[in-house]
Ligand binder design. Structure first.
Ligand SMILES: [Zn+2]
Ligand SMILES: [Zn+2]
Length: 148
């Protein structure tokens, strides 16, 4: 499905539109993503921050400090608590939770991160990039490998 992408939280109080194609999509198995999703892993698309337009509502922000010391703003719906998007301080890209898109058909993860913390039952396809932790040197290869 081509841009724009629309999406919103579970309760509908927060709605947004993304005017650009995702630069990549990925699954993260780290324990922080397990906590945040309340599930076995998190999945997100990466989009330019300035491509996101809020259509309705106002997100609240929780600032998370990663093990690296880098801070990121985690935006969530104040009504239903759905996490919506994450943006590193001054980062040009934001990660948006794929499950919030109205139509995520055609978006397939190019990489699985933090496979060292994945649940034992999870089977990761052979034809995607896999990283035991973070991609060393950044997300470049994950962006390159994204097919849409
Ligand atoms: Zn909500
Ligand atoms: Zn993670």
């Amino acid at each position: 499905m081509p841009a724009p992408y629309t999406g919103g939280c579970q309760c509908g109080a927060f709605r947004f539109e993304i005017s650009a194609e995702p630069v990549t999509a990925y699954v993260c198995h780290c324990v922080a993503c397990q906590k945040q999703s309340g599930s076995a892993f998190g999945m997100a698309i990466m989009v330019p921050s300035d491509a996101i337009t809020v259509l309705k509502g106002e997100a609240k922000t929780y600032t998370k400090t990663a093990a690296s010391g880098r801070e990121s703003d985690c935006n969530f719906c104040p009504e239903c608590g759905n996490r919506i998007f994450h943006r590193g301080k001054d980062a040009p890209m934001a990660s948006v939770k794929t499950g919030l898109l109205d139509d995520a058909s055609g978006i397939e993860p190019a990489a699985h991160l933090w496979t060292s913390q994945a649940h034992d039952w999870v089977t990761i396809p052979d034809d995607v990039l896999q990283y035991e932790t973070q991609p060393e040197g950044g997300m470049g290869p994950v962006i390159e490998a994204y097919k849409g």
